[in-house]
Design a protein around this ligand. Sequence first.
Ligand code: LMR
Length: 401
Amino acid sequence: MLESLKAIPPDPILGILAAFAKDTNPRKIDLGIGVYRDEEGNTPLLKSVVEAEKQMIAHQNSKSYLGPTGVPGFNSAMSRLVFGESNEAVAEGRIRTVQTPGGTGALRLAAELVKTASPTARVSASEPTWPNHLAIFPAAGLGMESYPYYDPASSSLRLDDMLTALRSKGPGDVVLFHACCHNPCGVSPDPAQWELITDVAAERGFLPIVDLAYQGFERGLEEDNLSVRLFTQKCPELIVTSSCSKNFAVYRDRVGAISVVASSAQKAADIETVIHALTRKNYSMPPAHGPAVIDILLQSAELTALWRTEVAGMRDRINGLRSELEEKIRARGVSRDFAFLRRQTGMFSFLGLNVAQVRRLREEFSIYTVDSARANIASFNGSNIDYFVDALAEILESPAA
Ligand code: LMR
């Protein structure tokens, strides 16, 4: 039977990771996968996480099964982080948060929850969106469509077109949003724009799903959950998929959560039983190690304060790199305007290169981006930024031989 299976190409983002690992050029730069990197090019452990992990290991006395809810303290701490400390819906018991294997696990459960509730529902995602969104929802049997979002000509948000598209949605439709640090384009709605978007959601009655993968990387931990708080205030139902990969730097530990806001505490409790059943069918129960560490971290005022400083440090470094890159490109005499780098936020921006230019960057300079020319800005540092700017100038100013 298995003879019928044909090889399929690697996922575009993970494929770049593998191609980069094989490249022997000492000057190579990986602008592909979205991981934070420090000045030395490493993806460091956070001090707050290391300390919490030591405490967790010192106190753990069993690795027996926990059940589909996982670590209860983690789930309530994540609810407070994702929805804000004094969210009324939390107090009313209308929110249930359950840990998942990473944000991707949360998205898959969200897709299956929608499929269970409404088998013919279609999910609308921003154009463009994280490529894996386009795989996860159909894998659960849901159709997908897109709404206008990014304007490559101005490197900014197509707000009016987006609102018009959202006004055509209604009850039974599902719309996926990125809470902050839009992946891949780096353009996110500002607070006034989120008010307009969430007003349309309330008027039209579609189900919002908010993907919160970069909380703390745009403007701050509280600022970055604004859309979640607004949807919760204005809409009776909401799903949030959150990831701890980036803001706790626990990428490989696979830590995330799905949160569901329902119209009543009883309905939220009912929905949680559906999440448990879906969990059991998929992977039985979530891994406990990462959530147990984050539970300890978030229960400790001292470690939480340290962690907040570390998140701010990562955000500030990326924003600093955005300005530095824009300045260096301008100083190098590149005629194209890269001022958008400063206006955009988070790890990613599109460099505005076509596929042939992306290939030249890779083949002539060992600089790796995905074919969309999405670049991970966090990968730049004092040792590689000038090499990159020279390569970019060469690609843009002198056509291939
Ligand atoms: C990315 O977009 O590079 C990250 O979210 C990592 C991934 O799994 O794709």
